[in-house]
Design a protein around this ligand. Structure first.
Ligand SMILES: Cc1cc2nc3c(=O)[nH]c(=O)nc-3n(C[C@H](O)[C@H](O)[C@H](O)COP(=O)(O)OP(=O)(O)OC[C@H]3O[C@@H](n4cnc5c(N)ncnc54)[C@H](O)[C@@H]3O)c2cc1C
Length: 412
């Protein structure tokens, strides 16, 4: 049998598009299925961080004690809608159980194994797709208003230092030198040179898609609604606009992936951490790094200054609460006193999140020609190229360079 397959990839976000690119590079025939143009869902408006140092899981010892506060403050950095709590409860339970010290160490190791490959996987893809000029390599500056606030984050920094992350602590004076337009309210900063950013996250997806199209990728506009499974596994993906025959399939449908995973007999506790951005087209101030203020960031992009982040646990269907985007502007004005928010545009996206902060990058335990790639949560842009390379390894029958056990679909 030819090593080259006809592969259907469900979902044209950053994850599905990178997978498609790596599969066409391997010589497969690939059809990328999505009702939307590439990169129009969550991958459209993220904060652009190539957050190669972000290996601290979200659930840490003590995190769950913060839940009552999250319920009380609808504009806080992390909030839960009361009406959604009953549906969220099983996920929250698993999230809490993922936060023991031993599990946190293991999850951080598994995240670090992926993140250590970030630039090795992204650099050649950016180059091949002609996207190098959209990558900024000036690092990320995390700012703290007091030493006590930094000390509260020390467990996270320790996890990172233990895994080789380079970090430089700087004082008030050095912050001023690096970022003269930032308000003089920050006592301490941490510079992480390996956390970089892209100037246009949407263009990164369309650029990778264009590159893959140039190498034979076929795009299929339609929503996948079912799978045809025969004696040899998946034979076709059924969409609302027709049937796509295939001899392998990859589910990469972001926060909607649990629906397709079910067609292949896999149940996954996938939730969405909704996040917001505000993009300010003429901010009137300039910053030289991506600036992390804890739960949200300010990223200089080619379309303006993007304020992005925060977490809202409210499911896939609830309408956006635009006040959460507006509050980002209020906070940013504290950090950047001269900020001009004229014509700021709000946006909301659905991060696909599993309770242990790890993605699923996995072969199906039930069907030999089905693969899953979803759940990258806060790191989908960062992990895109690596996820693509790992799925391409699995499809080709190559042994990936890292242990894939932590990312298995049936780990729950
Ligand atoms: C505010 C915010 C800031 C963020 N900042 C960063 C950051 O700085 N760095 C970083 O690395 N990550 C960041 N992220 C996370 C990142 O954006 C996500 O992890 C990533 O976009 C997920 O990509 P995806 O391809 O899995 O999902 P998506 O981009 O959501 O794509 C999924 C696609 O699947 C399609 N789909 C769904 N169901 C079907 C179906 N049945 N049939 C066909 N297609 C289907 C959808 O239409 C969609 O196009 C941020 C996220 C948010 C919300």
């Amino acid at each position: 049998m030819s090593p080259h397959k006809n592969v259907a990839v469900v979902g044209a976000g950053i994850i599905g598009t990178c997978i498609a690119a790596k599969l066409v590079e391997d010589g497969h025939g690939v059809t990328l299925i999505d009702p939307l143009e590439p990169g129009r869902a969550t991958s459209y408006g993220n904060a652009g961080g190539i957050a190669a140092t972000a290996m601290a899981p979200l659930s840490m010892p003590g995190t769950i004690r913060k839940v009552p506060g999250w319920l009380m403050d609808p504009l806080g950095p992390l909030t839960i809608r009361w009406s959604y709590l009953p549906r969220l409860a099983p996920w929250l339970w698993r999230f809490w159980r993922a936060g023991t010290p031993e599990k946190v160490e293991k999850q951080a190791d598994a995240l670090a194994a992926l993140l250590k490959r970030t630039y090795a996987d992204w650099d050649p893809l950016w180059k091949a797709a002609g996207l190098d000029t959209l990558i900024k390599r000036d690092g990320c500056l995390r700012l703290y208003e007091s030493r006590a606030a930094y000390e509260a984050d020390e467990p996270e920094w320790k996890l990172k230092r233990d895994r080789g992350v380079r970090m430089e602590i700087i004082d008030r004076h050095e912050i001023r030198q690096l970022e003269p337009q930032v308000a003089p309210i920050y006592e301490l900063g941490v510079l992480t040179p390996e956390w970089n950013w892209v100037l246009d996250p949407h263009r990164i997806v369309t650029g990778v898609a264009d590159y893959a199209t140039g190498r034979g990728l076929r795009s299929w506009r339609g929503k996948a609604v079912a799978a045809r499974i025969g004696a040899n596994g998946v034979e076709a993906i059924v969409t609302d606009t027709g049937v796509v025959p295939c001899d392998a399939a990859v589910v990469a449908a972001g926060a909607w992936s649990h629906v397709a995973a079910r067609w292949f007999g896999s149940e996954v506790p996938l939730e969405t951490e909704r996040g917001y951005h505000m993009t300010l087209p003429k901010p009137g101030v300039e910053i030289r790094h991506t600036i992390n203020l804890g739960g949200w960031v300010m990223t200089p992009m080619r379309m303006g200054l993007r304020l992005g982040g925060t977490v809202e646990l409210a499911g896939l269907d609830a309408p956006p609460n635009w006040k959460r985007a507006e509050v980002l502007v209020e906070r940013a004005k504290r950090a950047l006193p001269g900020l001009d928010a004229t014509d700021a545009s709000p946006w909301m996206g659905h991060r696909p999140s599993l309770p242990d902060s790890l993605p699923v990058i996995s072969a199906s335990p039930h069907h030999r020609n089905v693969y899953f790639a979803f759940g990258a949560a806060h790191l989908g842009l960062t992990e895109g190229a690596t996820t693509g390379a790992l799925i391409a390894d699995l499809v080709a029958g190559r042994t990936p360079s890292i242990d894939m056990t932590p990312y298995r679909v049936d780990r729950f």
